[in-house]
Design a protein around this ligand. Sequence first.
Ligand code: ZN
Ligand code: ZN
Length: 361
Amino acid sequence: MNLTATSTDSIEQELVELEALIARIRARQSTLIGEIDRRQVPLGDGCRTLVEWVGSRLDVAPETARMLARLARCDADSVVGLLAEGDATFDRTVELARLAEVDTPPVGPMLGFDIAGLRRFIARKRRVEKVTEQDAFDGRHVVMQPNLDESLWKLWGTLPGYEGSVVDQVLTARAERFPTPPDGNSLTLAQRRADALVAVCQDATGGEGGVTAAVTVFVDAATAGSSAGEAGVSIESGPRVGPKTLERILCGGNVEVTALSAEGEPLSIGRRSAVVPPKLRRYVLWRDGGCAIDGCTSRYRLEAHHIAPYSEGGGTDADNLAAVCWFHHHVVIHGMGYAIDPDSPPQRRRFLKPEPGPDPP
Ligand SMILES: [Zn+2]
Ligand SMILES: [Zn+2]
């Protein structure tokens, strides 16, 4: 059909008229489907639900079948009337039928809202329903499930709307306060929020040094002194930690490290010297006056990091220590694998890119 000679106004008018025609057709369909429902035809045909029956017999998508079934079962006369009289489109009438499920529907078609606005209005109505609110409160839970050796934890759960938004806002605000990692913005929002959750919890422990007080780490003496360290170590309370975590723990201030012989006997080989003594730590933090990374102004949970790793022979002395903020220390250095360039000036430390791993980038 050639429409070049047709005016835009009449095209628009015809479109609107066709939508009204669809509404009248759907109105008739929903009346017929209502009758099918009353006769319990779907059950007799072996369908579990009316939606399933409509979807299969009319060859329509489940969403369309749901809309038709909803209208067929809507017993608010004002809603059904609007559709039959052509005073509201099919989509608008479906929304009004949803409204009728939670509230008394208005007599008119609510033309003050577009369909999206109508949906938001109904969502608000649903949310304040007392029963739903009580369910959300009663169903609140957080599950933390460790794997067998506690090297990984899974978290999930649900929170009521208000409480959920409190947690969401705190995590987002904390994540946004973290500096940008050296490679730009490679961290996903989910990763940043995971870091934020840990940071918030560490604030609650009140301890300094990034590790909870009085954690004892048992190190396999045969591997702890080498960069291998892959044998892993166990923290007294249970979790098995890998070499990355061990390096981070050795930067912390409140950890007692016990070395074990190959037979598992405790050895006294002075590993405790790896942990930065409080006096030295205070000096390094004072000397650097904040995070030593070039451009970082954070003073959040400053920690003294070993520039040359302890496991590679780096000493626990002021020259080999740099004050770094929690994010740079925990996430960028010990998490993402960046190292501090030992040749960079002490108060303007720069990063060296991580060594490429076994997998190609
Ligand atoms: Zn460190
Ligand atoms: Zn920093």
